[in-house]
Design a protein around this ligand. Sequence first.
Ligand SMILES: Cc1cc2nc3c(=O)[nH]c(=O)nc-3n(C[C@H](O)[C@H](O)[C@H](O)COP(=O)(O)OP(=O)(O)OC[C@H]3O[C@@H](n4cnc5c(N)ncnc54)[C@H](O)[C@@H]3O)c2cc1C
Length: 287
Amino acid sequence: MRAKKFFLHRPGSLEEAIALKKQYGDAAAFHAGGTELLVALKAHVLRYEHVIDLKQIDELKGVRLRSDGTIAIGSLTTHDKIANDPIVRESLPGYAELSEHVANIRVRIAGTLGGVLCFAEPHADAPTMLCALDAWLVLAGPDGQREVMSRDFHLGEFATARQEDEILASIDIAPQSSGTRSAYRAFGHTERPAVGVAAVWSIDNPQRLSLWAGAISARPTRLGRAEQVAAGLSPDLCADEIWNHLRLAVAEDAEDIDAHDDLHGGADYKRHLVSVLAERALKACLP
Ligand SMILES: Cc1cc2nc3c(=O)[nH]c(=O)nc-3n(C[C@H](O)[C@H](O)[C@H](O)COP(=O)(O)OP(=O)(O)OC[C@H]3O[C@@H](n4cnc5c(N)ncnc54)[C@H](O)[C@@H]3O)c2cc1C
């Protein structure tokens, strides 16, 4: 099927894009790489008379370091660019590795980080890792800019905290200490992950684990019991000993996840995968 005809707008600045959205309202959608939007337009699942292409807006592209060391990933940065970016590879190797494995090369070179976050199809990788990294999102709208924590941005299936007239401008991550390591492990037998687990382990004082499961439910879920157990562990334990202490808490956290049987697998099978992937992600963070 072909998409119904639409007017294509190519603004050169954020202000221009926001003004266009104000002018055309619900009849207009923002467009980044188009890997989700164009498919939906062609299938006539969505219909917009105006498409506002954000690709001419340079300030939305690339990865930069802010003056305080914050890593700011422009929303129009593609998964492939993130995977190969020197700042991400140096400071967030676990996230670079995740980006290398998103979808297939055609999706990675066109699909953007902003697109996957705003579309909010739950079977995605980056949202889980960004929650574990305590990332925050910078949204630009008619009333200026505001920041939302990644964990508060995802409200459910195809639902986010972004207002219709807001553009996701950047995804920001605080500089990581030398004692912090992160890893992500996922499994799926379709093109998208059935379950993914992200771990961020910090041996700084206090010792801290941030552990999140995603894709299995409508929004990423914190594995809070496991995080609490990890905080009380002796820093001298080896990886196997740490996992032995966490195993039960992770399984209990997984039991609480609002998972459903679907084409990605049965709910119980996916909860079991959470434990398998949590062990792998955690051990990948430990020396
Ligand atoms: C075959 C296939 C396999 C995939 N497999 C995986 C996978 O394994 N793991 C994974 O994580 N993801 C996967 N994806 C999802 C992929 O990551 C997304 O399709 C891609 O990142 C979306 O980005 P885009 O730039 O193409 O978004 P678009 O299609 O351009 O936009 C998607 C939506 O977001 C809105 N939007 C986009 N950018 C902005 C912005 N800056 N501000 C406000 N709104 C915006 C658009 O209006 C639209 O509603 C897969 C997708 C496909 C098609």
